[in-house]
Design a binder for this molecule. Structure first.
Ligand SMILES: [Zn+2]
Ligand SMILES: [Zn+2]
Length: 328
């Protein structure tokens, strides 16, 4: 698993997501960051604890600074003119012992998570996970067992079918649920709803199909993964569940629930693939994608609509919403 060993050292600490672009000073000869500016303060690098390239080829550094331990990444951005620009990105900060103990872990029930998301900076600290999953959790807003399931499924399929974000356009994914798992799958694989090669049908099952589009040279291949381990099931039942979701739970109960979430995530990350999923090679036709986007204005409401979704009536194209209203 990506970066697993180094991060295991920090497993029991907590991290706070930052996700902000920063200015950094880099020493070219030593190939190490010397310091960076964040929120009006300069952080001096005392020691580089770890550096690695993530699957996208971005350099990631774990740095001990005079203001704590930070994860800093150098991200290359490809521009249209084929020029590469690089930007420094502060991923997260590892809370130090003192902070972690005095504050206690922040609870994250769905309602509190939302609050954290809206406030932006107040995301719940989480126990440490591989950097790739940490990035997914930052995008998603929190870390949860379903997110970890999507992460594992994505990595298993990528390895089995030999795909990555670079050749994602040759692949498609079908998911039988609409949980947090599909966020991880899209972000890691690059097969997304927007790219029209991710299809989700909510059947409430952690079943995923990964397929490659057939070409003249190669027939399509597909893999079915089905979660067979109940490790994701930890929604609190009965009175405790009601208290947690209505926000009436006390701090102790909240802490306990958060601990259960963290434990489930760690379990999902460390189980062997065959203890999580059944894996079957199948043949599969890709679902039909939306295709080319040709726009027109609805002759009724005037709003921009994909032409293929419109109905052609005698007075011109009518969007599906106006068409449905007219039929009522
Ligand atoms: Zn989630
Ligand atoms: Zn209309």
């Amino acid at each position: 698993m990506y970066g697993g060993d180094i991060f295991a050292k920090w497993r029991d600490r907590e991290i706070t997501f930052i996700g902000e672009g920063v200015k950094a000073q880099f020493d070219n000869t030593q190939q190490t960051p010397l310091g960076f500016q964040w929120r009006g303060r300069h952080y001096e690098v005392l020691k580089m604890l770890h550096s690695a390239k993530n699957p996208e080829g971005h350099l990631q550094y774990l740095l001990l600074t005079d203001g704590g331990i930070f994860s800093l990444a150098l991200k290359r951005e490809e521009s249209k003119a084929d020029l590469c620009r690089s930007r420094w990105f502060l991923n997260f900060r590892v809370k130090d012992e003192r902070e972690a103990n005095s504050n206690g872990p922040n609870f994250s029930s769905s309602s509190i998570e939302m609050k954290g998301l809206l406030q932006g900076k107040e995301l719940s600290p989480i126990s440490l996970v591989p950097l790739l999953l940490a990035n997914v959790a930052y995008y998603h807003g929190h870390l949860c067992p379903e997110l970890a399931v999507g992460y594992r499924a994505a990595l298993v399929a990528q390895e089995e079918l030999g795909f990555s974000r670079h050749n994602a356009h040759n692949f498609f994914i079908v998911a039988e649920n609409m949980t947090s798992a599909i966020e991880a799958l899209q972000l890691i694989t690059g097969c997304t709803i927007g790219n029209q090669n991710f299809f989700a049908y909510d059947l409430g099952k952690h079943v995923y199909y990964f397929g490659s589009y057939a070409t003249a040279q190669e027939p399509g291949k597909a893999l079915r993964l089905a979660l067979t381990n109940l490790v994701v099931d930890l929604s609190p039942k009965g009175e405790l569940g009601r208290r947690l979701f209505s926000g009436e739970a006390n701090r102790e109960e909240q802490k306990e629930y958060q601990q259960a979430i963290n434990d489930a995530v760690q379990k999902i990350l460390h189980l062997a693939p065959q203890d999580l999923f059944t894996k079957t090679r199948i043949s599969l036709q890709p679902p039909r994608a939306g295709g080319h986007l040709d726009y027109t204005c609805c002759s009724h409401c005037g709003e921009v609509t994909v032409r293929g979704k419109c109905h052609l009536l005698e007075n011109g194209f009518v969007c599906p919403v106006c068409f449905a209203k007219a039929k009522m």
